[in-house]
Design a protein around this ligand. Structure first.
Ligand SMILES: Cc1cc2nc3c(=O)[nH]c(=O)nc-3n(C[C@H](O)[C@H](O)[C@H](O)COP(=O)(O)OP(=O)(O)OC[C@H]3O[C@@H](n4cnc5c(N)ncnc54)[C@H](O)[C@@H]3O)c2cc1C
Length: 507
C-alpha cells in the first residue's frame, strides 16, 4: 500500500490516531475529526487544503480501477446512453482525435485508441447516418474468409478471426451469431497457379487449408460438377458468417464505456491553420496549412466546429470526397494525388432451390473460377449468391432478373446441376468503396499532413479486417509504429511511388 506523507502541522487530535495510518484511514479519520473541528469552514486551513488535494489526486486513480466494467452488459444504461447518444452528451469543441465516419472501421479505431489510452486521449467520432441504414456493414454479406494473396490481407483476416473468437474479452458479451461454413475455391486450368499461391501463403502464415484433387472434391462434395475444374482449395477453420451490425454496435458501446464521444452530423468542411515554421518540400514560397478544425453540420442544420490535434478519415466510400475537402487531389505537390476511391455496385441474389441432391447443411462458401459464388442461407433450400468483378460498374438497362438469368444462373447450374430450377426470392444492388489504383485498403498517415490518417477503401472485406485495422491505426497514432501487423505497404505512399499491391478477386 502506497503511503502519503503529510507535511502540514496536524492538530493534536489527529496525531493521536496511531502510528502510520494508511491513506484511507488517514483521510476518513481526518474527515471525521474535521467535521467537528473549529477549522471546518475555513478554506485556508492547511489541513483542509491538504485533504482537498489528496482527495482530488486520488479520484482519477480510484475511477480508473472502478469504472471499467468487465462486460458491456454490466454498464449501467443511463451513463452509457449519455455517451452513445449525442443528444445527451456534451458536444466536444476540442479533441485529440476526430474520426470521420462511424462505420465498423471508424468505430474499431475509436475502440482501440480508447482501449490503449483511456482518458489520455479525447476521441470524437462524427457519423452522418447513426441509424446505419445505408452503411456497407448493414448490407454486407458479413463473411470472414481467408482467400487472399497479399499477406497483409490474410494476416488481418486471421487477426479478425482471433478477435471474434475472443470477442467477450475485447468487447463484452456480444451475440455475433457466428455460423461456421468453411470455403472451397475452385480453379480451372487457367487460374490453377493463383490457387496454388493462395494455398501456399495460407499455409506459410498458419491457416489450416487443404488442396483437393478432382477425385477428392467429388468425394467430399458430390454435388460439385468438376468437368472444367482441376484443383480446389478447402478452408478448414475459422471461416463463417456473422452479424456485422452486432460487431459495429459492440465497438461503439465499448468505446462509449471508455468515454469516446459521438456526434450525429456530417463533416462538411475543414478549417486550416497556416504554419510558417514548416517548409513544404518542392513548393517555393508555399506556406504549410495544417488541418485544424472539422466543420460539422448538425441534424438541425446548425454548423459547429471541432478543433482537433489529429484527424482520421474513415468515411467508407465517401472518403474520397472527405479527402477533397482536405485539399487532397486538388492542390499542388503531394496534394495533387487524389485518394483513389470510387463507389462500385454489386448485385446480390437470394434464391431458392428445393430438392434432394442440392448442397445441404455442410455447404461451404463455394467460389467458382469465373467469380460466381454461393453459400447456404438457412436450412430451407435458400442460397445467397453473386458474382465478383473488379471492373467498374457499367450502366446497364438490364433488370436484376435479366442479369441473373443471363450471367448467374448458367454459372450456378454449370457448377451444381440441381440448381437448374433455382428461383430468385430477393435481389438487390449494393455499393462498396473500391480503390481503383489496386483494389486494396488504404491505411496510415497522409504524406503531406502531419496530423491526418486514412483508413478506407476496404473493398468487400472491411468488416473482417476492422479489428486489425483499428488496432494497427491505434498503434501508429499512439506508438508511432505498427506493432502487431506491419501494414506499411498499404499506406498512401504507394500511390506516389506507383507501387500497386494487387489482390485476387475475393468475395
Ligand atoms: C455486397 C457487399 C458484400 C460485402 N461482404 C463483406 C464480407 O463478406 N466480409 C467483409 O468483411 N466485408 C464485406 N463487405 C465490405 C464491408 O461492408 C465494408 O468494407 C465495410 O463495411 C467498410 O467499413 P467502413 O467503416 O470503411 O465504411 P462504411 O461502413 O461505409 O462506414 C463509413 C461511415 O462513414 C459515414 N460517413 C461518410 N461520410 C461522412 C461525412 N462526411 N461525415 C460523417 N460521416 C460520414 C457513413 O455514413 C458511414 O456510416 C461487403 C460489402 C458489400 C457492399
Amino acid at each position: 500500500m502506497m503511503r502519503l506523507r503529510c507535511t502540514v502541522p496536524l492538530p493534536k487530535k489527529l496525531l493521536n490516531i496511531g502510528a502510520c495510518p494508511t491513506n484511507k484511514e488517514f483521510i476518513s479519520t481526518a474527515a471525521k475529526l474535521l467535521k467537528n473541528d473549529e477549522f471546518e469552514t475555513d478554506p485556508h486551513n492547511p489541513l483542509r487544503r491538504s485533504l482537498n488535494i489528496i482527495t482530488r489526486d486520488f479520484k482519477p486513480i480510484k475511477d480508473y480501477f472502478k469504472t471499467i466494467p468487465k462486460s458491456t452488459d454490466e454498464v449501467p444504461d443511463k451513463n452509457l446512453k449519455k455517451r452513445i447518444d449525442p443528444t445527451e452528451s456534451e458536444f466536444q469543441t476540442h479533441c485529440d482525435v476526430v474520426i470521420i465516419g462511424g462505420g465498423c472501421i471508424g468505430l474499431s479505431i475509436a475502440f482501440w485508441l480508447k482501449e490503449k489510452a483511456r482518458s489520455g486521449l479525447n476521441v470524437v467520432v462524427i457519423e452522418k447516418d447513426p441509424t446505419y441504414r445505408k452503411s456497407s456493414a448493414a448490407r454486407s454479406y458479413n463473411g470472414l474468409n481467408f482467400n487472399f494473396l497479399v499477406p497483409e490481407n490474410l494476416q488481418m483476416a486471421m487477426y479478425g478471426a482471433d478477435f471474434l473468437r475472443d470477442i467477450k474479452h475485447h468487447l463484452g458479451s456480444v451475440n455475433l451469431n457466428f455460423t461456421p461454413f468453411g470455403s472451397i475455391r475452385l480453379a480451372s486450368e487457367k487460374n490453377v497457379e493463383v490457387l496454388k499461391s493462395i494455398f501456399k501463403i495460407q499455409n506459410e502464415l498458419g491457416v489450416r487449408s487443404e488442396l483437393l484433387t478432382v477425385e477428392k472434391i467429388k468425394s467430399k462434395f458430390p454435388w460439385i460438377n468438376t468437368d472444367d475444374i482441376v484443383l480446389g482449395c478447402h478452408g478448414l477453420e475459422s471461416e463463417g458468417w456473422f452479424d456485422p451490425l452486432a460487431l459495429l454496435f459492440a465497438y461503439k458501446k465499448k468505446a462509449a464505456e471508455y468515454e469516446a464521444h459521438f456526434v450525429d452530423g456530417e463533416l462538411i468542411d475543414f478549417e486550416f491553420q497556416s504554419q510558417s515554421n514548416i517548409l513544404v518540400d518542392g513548393e517555393e514560397g508555399e506556406t504549410y496549412k495544417a488541418l485544424d478544425k472539422a466543420i460539422v453540420q448538425m441534424p438541425n442544420g446548425e454548423k459547429r466546429t471541432i478543433k482537433f490535434a489529429l484527424c482520421v478519415i474513415a468515411g467508407g466510400s465517401c472518403s474520397g470526397q472527405i479527402a477533397r475537402l482536405a485539399r487532397i487531389g486538388n492542390a499542388p505537390g503531394f496534394l495533387s494525388i487524389p485518394l483513389p476511391l470510387e463507389q462500385r455496385e454489386i448485385q446480390k441474389y437470394l434464391f431458392n432451390s428445393p430438392g434432394q441432391e442440392v448442397p445441404a447443411f455442410t455447404t461451404p462458401l463455394t467460389l467458382d473460377p469465373n467469380g460466381c459464388y454461393f453459400t447456404r442461407e438457412g436450412l430451407s433450400g435458400n442460397y445467397l449468391c453473386g458474382k465478383n468483378t473488379d471492373t467498374p460498374t457499367e450502366q446497364t438497362n438490364k433488370t436484376l432478373q435479366e442479369t441473373f438469368d443471363a450471367e448467374i444462373l448458367p454459372s450456378l447450374t454449370q457448377r451444381v446441376r440441381s440448381f437448374k430450377n433455382a428461383q430468385i426470392k430477393e435481389s438487390w444492388t449494393e455499393t462498396y468503396a473500391y480503390n481503383y489504383f489496386d483494389g486494396n485498403g488504404i491505411i496510415g498517415a497522409h504524406p503531406y499532413y502531419n496530423n491526418l490518417y486514412i483508413a478506407a477503401g476496404f473493398n468487400r472485406h472491411g468488416i473482417q479486417q476492422s479489428p486489425a485495422v483499428g488496432r494497427a491505426l491505434s498503434e501508429l497514432i499512439i506508438d508511432g509504429r505498427y506493432r502487431t501487423i506491419d501494414l506499411a505497404r498499404l499506406s498512401f505512399d504507394r500511390f506516389i511511388v506507383n507501387q500497386p499491391l494487387y489482390e485476387v478477386s475475393t468475395i
